[in-house]
Design a protein around this ligand. Structure first.
Ligand code: ATP
Ligand code: MG
Length: 212
């Protein structure tokens, strides 16, 4: 598997990631971005993590199940496994076929949850993600930045074992997302997600325009 940081898509297709804390607007903005790209005449696949493959959906069930008793290290490995499956089975083939990919969640979530919220070593976790789930690399990763209090208001009641962990946990996740932008500035940007849906969509479209 390729380990360098250069995007590998042989076509003009682009791979975009939207990430950020629970309830920040990822799904909303992913739908908007898909519509925006389709409006430009592009073909687009909308994916979410973990999942997007038969095996990845099974791992998603296990990871999000409130009855699962997984240690932080096992969580990290399972997220990485689901991601590699998605990269090999869906994302790579899409890009090769000239289809853009918009994916909700990717490395920043794993980094933020496992390192910032659970305390796994930063360099080892990044190395694992970039080695075992490093290709194809997103052309642009956008972190939707929203204060946790606003995200919680938008999101409503918790529905899985990650959302169950409460506001303090989410604050650490938000710090982890910021740290990821600092560590991977070449292809990662923060996008202000405070504003109405149209305002945020315009900021996302602006960020995306810069990679064409
Ligand atoms: N800019 C916005 N202003 C106000 N409400 C919004 C905005 N964007 C999304 N919402 C609403 O906030 C809620 C959460 O949005 P969304 O589901 O897109 O977030 P998410 O990041 O995908 O959440 P999750 O992490 O739970 O998957 C939804 O009810 C959505 O309609
Ligand atoms: Mg969502």
């Amino acid at each position: 598997m390729k380990q360098s940081s250069e995007p590998t898509s042989p076509s003009s297709a682009r791979f975009f990631v939207l990430d950020g804390v629970d309830g920040c607007g990822k799904s909303t903005q992913a739908r908007r971005l898909v519509a925006h790209l389709e409006g430009l005449g592009r073909r687009v696949e909308h994916l979410r993590e973990p999942g997007g493959t038969t095996e990845g959906e099974l791992l998603r069930e296990l990871l999000l199940d409130r009855d699962s008793d997984l240690s932080p290290g096992v969580e990290a490995l399972l997220f990485c496994a689901a991601r590699r499956q998605l990269l090999e089975k869906r994302i790579g083939p899409c890009l090769e076929a000239g289809v853009d990919v918009v994916c909700e969640r990717f490395h920043p979530s794993t980094f933020a949850y496992q390192v910032f919220a659970w305390g796994l070593p930063e360099d080892e976790l990044l190395k694992m993600l970039h080695t075992w789930a490093g290709s194809p690399e997103p052309h642009l990763t956008m972190i939707l930045e929203l204060p946790v209090s606003l995200a919680v208001e938008r999101r409503g009641a918790a529905t899985d074992r990650f959302e169950d962990r409460g506001a303090e946990f989410q604050e650490r996740v938000a710090l982890g997302m910021k740290r990821y932008v600092e560590l991977c500035p070449r292809t990662t940007v923060g996008v202000d997600a405070d504003g109405d849906e149209d305002q945020v969509a315009a900021r996302v479209a602006q960020a995306v325009q810069n990679v064409f």
